[in-house]
Design a protein around this ligand. Structure first.
Ligand code: ATP
Length: 877
């Protein structure tokens, strides 16, 4: 035996040594070729063995070998022949490993997904088997070679094997003649947490669910369930004597052996046998085998019903066959050979593509499959759909990019007002990326560009400008609500109605490999039983590995490294952390009223007029009118609602103009100017008119500030005190953290009753009701602490709260005010709500640098450390 591996522990030496050690042991070395030895090994003892073992490996294909089985195999390959011979000459033990094809593996994987189990991945490791196209399962069976029969003519050996126990492959070493493996015995487990549906016996009512505890008596009950179904199956599929014999034998078998035995008797699909081999959980094996038996019982019934129908169908099929062949012959006569045409067409398209050799080989295989298949084979249509898609992908075709940074800057400026820092960051990012890409193999990958900001702030339009400036096509993929991994990575072709994922579809649409792909709303990705799309996206977006992206449907490596991915989100806290780590984040903040005015005047309104072929100076909107639209018709961080209002005006204007003078040409139309008073005509009553009630100083009503994904908002907190028994009622859809803040505020006020001149208050005789209006919107977070405390204190003391003061800050039990997040957006909300004073935690003063100067000019900002300072500013005496 020549040895090949020298680096790690040499299994060949170890095997020789171990065999030497046991040579004088129990194994009969004297058994000769053709002899049948006795089953020597005891399963129970083997199962207790914790040590690793070294033995020759024999491989089986097409069918797997289960531990309880005694079966004879014809070994045709020399490695398995030699393994059997080596084992037979030594201690008789051989490891039987199962080899599966790629299709079988996919089939097994799909099967596991359809099982009502918690397993979603293969419960055993696999690896390619040498240079073959087969994959080796690492869970196999230790078996004893009982006899060997050489067939010199055919160069094969017939081996009689007795399966013993499941084992896991740890290491394999090979030379030209033999595979030697190091393995470890696998014990079954009975972990109930993996059980998704209960094991149930309809007759005894015995049930085992994921939550229950397994008792010894339960194992007997599990066995009773098995008996119930298997005995019924025996009665219907075996004659009476055989059934009785089997039932007699089965009683002696341990449960694991019994399951393997049933798996050998009941007809199973190959994937189901493989499942029985690799699934270590005994209860899950029971669960599935009961399922298989039930299916076969059902099939038995169906079979008899179908017998007649099948007879009729065969007749019909024969008739169809004759007709089809006649049509084929007639077509040939007409020399209209469309099938060949189609194949030639595919071949031509394939030849024109610039493909990797392995991709070309695989596609040629598909073509061959189509060529060989019978015309009425239903698989052909699926293969043709597949080829149509794959051949229509760009495969290396690139849009002629012109990287011109000044042009990018120009395009961003031409389409967007303000956003100076954002544009600067984008230009810097693109410059970095370009330099990095220019030097091939440079270390590290460029992070993804991620634009985060409230809706309507210009994220999508910035991406559009970047694509236009780089001369690359843009594809948008909206990820909001996507909770199925297949949306990103596609379905496996074995599924009915399988489709590629959205990335591949986007490339097919833009027909080049270097587009800008905008992944919109990445923060709204979902997760469900259909997989985790974020994990799939990670593979797509990871520059280290996306040059070999594998869509499940396409099933070929595809290079995504040339794509410029831009990601957008409204908020960062729901972006999957693994994705967030790979991003270069650029924040876009709410616009001030002046910025909105400029955007409307310079961009939105001219764009709308141009879209209906009117000159910009033909219809004038005054600044006061625009300001009124902004403050009375919109309440948003971005300009989406504003754009919608302007569109409504435009639509009505177009109708008015043409109704007045339908015969006139566009250039004849008179110039118009729209003022503030005309707005009711065009837009109806303003929804955000100042409400007088909100503009009064009231007791127990305080303006808080909150941050949501649509930007900052003001939040009114109301408190009423009434007679009761010391209860706190909270309404308005408040989250747990906010409820806790209310309790903290209440406790603090009670603890300071003397200082706050509330010592006469009979706390146990009053109820306090805290309400935050707009009850349909969920609210949470600790930053309303000071607002709640101020509303409570105002209600208890009867001191009114200044209505133009807003506040934010977390309150502690000792009355200290702690910092909060989203200061910039909150100040912007106060500015929009026309507050004049905003109280903020002192620790947030450092964040004021980020706040727009216009906002800082309008608002009087009061930083505080203690709640009493809040009350000094916010409450009237
Ligand atoms: N700074 C700006 N200058 C000019 N136009 C702007 C600016 N910001 C936004 N817009 C315009 O506002 C409209 C809405 O912008 P866009 O669709 O890009 O918002 P978004 O941030 O992508 O919103 P969402 O998060 O809802 O997808 C677009 O017509 C865009 O051109």
């Amino acid at each position: 035996m020549t040895k090949k591996q020298d680096n790690s522990t040499n299994l060949f030496d170890e095997y020789a040594q171990r065999m030497q050690d046991t040579a004088d042991g129990a194994w009969e070395n004297s058994v000769q070729d053709g002899d049948v030895s006795e089953v020597f090994y005891d399963r129970a003892t083997l199962l207790k063995s914790k040590k690793t073992m070294v033995m020759p490996q024999l491989t089986v294909r097409n069918n797997c070998f289960l531990p309880a089985i005694c079966a004879s195999f014809e070994c045709k390959d020399s490695l398995s022949n030699n393994a059997a011979a080596q084992a037979f000459a030594n201690n008789g033990l051989v490891f039987v490993a199962t080899l599966v094809s790629e299709d079988e593996l996919v089939d097994l994987d799909n099967f596991i997904h359809t099982q009502p189990l918690t397993h979603t991945v293969l419960p055993c490791a696999v690896s390619p088997y040498k240079d073959s196209n087969f994959t080796m399962l690492h869970t196999g069976v230790i078996a004893q070679v009982l006899s060997l029969q050489m067939d010199e003519d055919n160069n094969s050996t017939r081996v009689l094997l007795q399966g013993l126990v499941r084992a896991e492959l740890l290491e394999i070493q090979s030379d030209d003649n033999l595979d030697l493996v190091k393995i470890k015995v696998l014990n079954d487990n009975t972990n109930l947490s993996q059980l998704k549906l209960p094991i149930y016996n309809g007759q005894t009512g015995f049930t085992l669910t994921a939550g229950s505890k397994l008792k010894k008596s339960d194992l007997q009950a599990v066995r009773d369930v098995l008996n119930l179904y298997f005995h019924k199956w025996l009665m219907e599929n075996r004659n009476r004597d055989d059934a009785a014999k089997i039932i007699g034998n089965e009683e002696q078998m341990p449960l694991a052996t019994y399951i393997d035995y049933i798996a050998e008797q009941v007809p199973l699909f190959p994937r189901e046998r493989l499942f029985c081999l690799i699934m270590r959980n005994l209860l899950l094996r029971v669960y599935s085998i009961v399922d298989f038996i039930q299916r076969d019982l059902g099939l038995g019934l169906l079979r008899s019903q179908l017998d007649k129908k099948v007879g009729d169908m065969i007749k019909k099929e024969q008739r169809d066959y004759v007709i089809r062949n006649t049509i084929k012959a007639l077509k040939q006569q007409l020399s209209d050979n469309t099938e060949t045409d189609e194949l030639d067409n595919y071949k031509k398209r394939l030849a024109e593509l610039n493909l990797l050799p392995e991709v070309r080989r695989q596609l040629e295989n598909v073509l061959q499959k189509i060529a060989k298949a019978a015309p009425n084979n239903p698989e052909v249509a699926g293969l043709q759909d597949y080829l149509d898609l794959v051949l229509s992908l760009p495969w290396g075709k690139l849009a002629p990019e012109c990287f011109d940074l000044p042009k990018v800057q120009e395009s961003l400026d031409a389409n967007h007002f303000g956003l100076v820092k954002v544009k600067k960051r984008i230009v810097e990012y693109l410059a970095m990326r370009h330099l990095k890409e220019a030097k091939k193999n440079s270390a590290g990958t460029v992070e993804l560009l991620c634009l985060i900001g409230p809706p309507g702030i210009g994220k999508t339009s910035i991406a559009r400008s970047i694509a236009a400036a780089l001369n690359r096509p843009l594809a948008t993929i909206s990820l909001g609500g996507v909770d199925d991994e297949a949306e990103i990575r596609g379905h496996r072709r074995t599924y009915i109605g399988a489709m590629p994922g959205r990335i591949i579809k986007a490339l097919q649409t833009v027909d080049c490999d270097n587009p800008v792909i905008l992944l919109d709303e990445i923060d709204k990705l979902g997760i469900s039983s259909k997989g985790d799309p974020a994990a799939a996206l990670l593979e797509v977006l990871d520059g280290e590995q996306n040059d070999k992206f594998r869509d499940n449907y396409v099933d070929l490596p595809y290079d995504l490294s040339k794509v410029l991915f831009i990601v957008t989100a409204n908020s960062y806290d729901t972006i999957p952390p693994a994705l967030y780590d790979r991003m270069d984040v650029i924040n876009l903040d709410s616009y001030t009223e002046n910025e909105k005015l400029q955007i409307a005047k310079r961009f939105l309104w001219p764009k709308l007029l141009r879209s209906i072929n009117l000159e910009v100076n033909q219809i004038k909107l005054s600044d006061t009118c625009l300001r009124n639209i902004i403050s009375a018709y919109t309440a948003e961080a971005g300009v989406r609602q504003l754009e919608r209002c302007l569109k409504t005006i435009c639509r009505k204007l177009a109708a008015d103009l043409l109704l007045r003078d339908s015969a006139g040409t566009i250039t004849d139309l008179p110039s118009l100017s729209i003022g503030k008073k005309d707005l009711v005509n065009y837009l109806g009553t303003a929804p955000y008119q100042d409400d007088e009630l909100h503009r009064k100083d009231l007791v127990g009503v305080v303006n808080g500030l909150a941050w949501t994904y649509i930007g900052g908002v003001t939040l009114e907190v109301e408190v009423k005190i009434c007679k009761g028994s010391g209860k706190i009622n909270l309404t308005g859809n408040l989250g747990d953290v906010m409820k806790e803040s209310a309790t903290v505020a209440w406790t603090y006020i009670i603890s300071q009753a003397d200082t706050l001149k509330l010592s006469d208050t009979k706390w146990n005789e009053l109820d306090v009701h805290i309400h935050i209006p707009e009850g349909a919107t969920p609210k949470d977070g600790p930053s309303a602490g000071v607002t709640l405390a101020t509303a409570l204190y105002s209600a208890l003391s009867g001191r009114k709260v200044k209505h133009k003061v807003a506040m934010t800050g977390e309150l502690t039990l000792t009355g200290r005010v702690f910092p909060i997040g989203g200061l910039k957006e909150k100040l912007m909300a106060a500015y929009r709500a026309k507050m004049d004073t905003v109280i903020i935690p002192k620790a947030n003063v450092k964040d004021l640098d980020e706040v727009d100067n216009e906002v800082k000019k309008v608002l009087h900002i009061v930083p505080v450390k203690q709640i009493e300072e809040v009350w000094q500013t916010a409450l009237l005496p």
